[in-house]
Design a protein around this ligand. Structure first.
Ligand code: ZN
Length: 153
């Protein structure tokens, strides 16, 4: 792997961004990668369709934990559609596509080298799939609240 990219990954592993938990997250999900034994919990505070706060906790290999840290930095302050499009771009890169908007990907590009090691790709995408599930639960929660509201009326 490229030395510069290795440095970026190690920096996020040693100094994780937004590691911890939120006092009152609007959604959270715990993801697990049995192939490597990595786990990542993602918590989000979503207001008006914007991810205002994000936090993660977890344990596992350096790829899984640094990817989670990079993800928190990449999604904080973004809208849900922006995050979904970034998710699409990131997973396409990890699947081997070169048709990527690298300006938008930013630091996440550091993980591109991981795709040469297919077993580790799941480590790199764990946080993102966990995020996706947390966002899906948010939708369900909103639907649930709406139907509760209808029931009350
Ligand atoms: Zn791993």
């Amino acid at each position: 792997m490229d030395d510069l990219y290795r440095e970026v990954i190690l920096d996020h592993y040693r100094n994780p961004r937004y590691r911890g938990s939120l006092p009152s997250p609007t959604t959270r999900h715990e993801g697990y990668n049995p192939l490597c034994g990595d786990d990542v919990t993602v918590e989000l505070l979503v207001k008006g369709g914007i991810v205002e706060e994000v936090a993660f906790q977890g344990s596992g290999c350096s790829i899984s934990q640094s990817s989670a840290s990079m993800m928190t930095e990449a999604i904080r302050g973004k809208t849900v559609p922006e995050i979904e499009s970034l998710f699409g771009e990131f997973t396409a890169m990890m699947r081997g596509s070169d048709d990527i908007d690298f300006d938008r990907i930013g630091d996440l590009e550091a993980l591109e080298g991981v795709r040469k090691f297919p077993v580790r790709v799941k480590c790199a995408t764990l946080a993102w799939h966990t995020l996706q599930e947390a966002l899906r639960r948010l939708d369900q929660g909103a639907d649930q609240a709406a139907s509760d509201e209808r029931a009350i009326r």
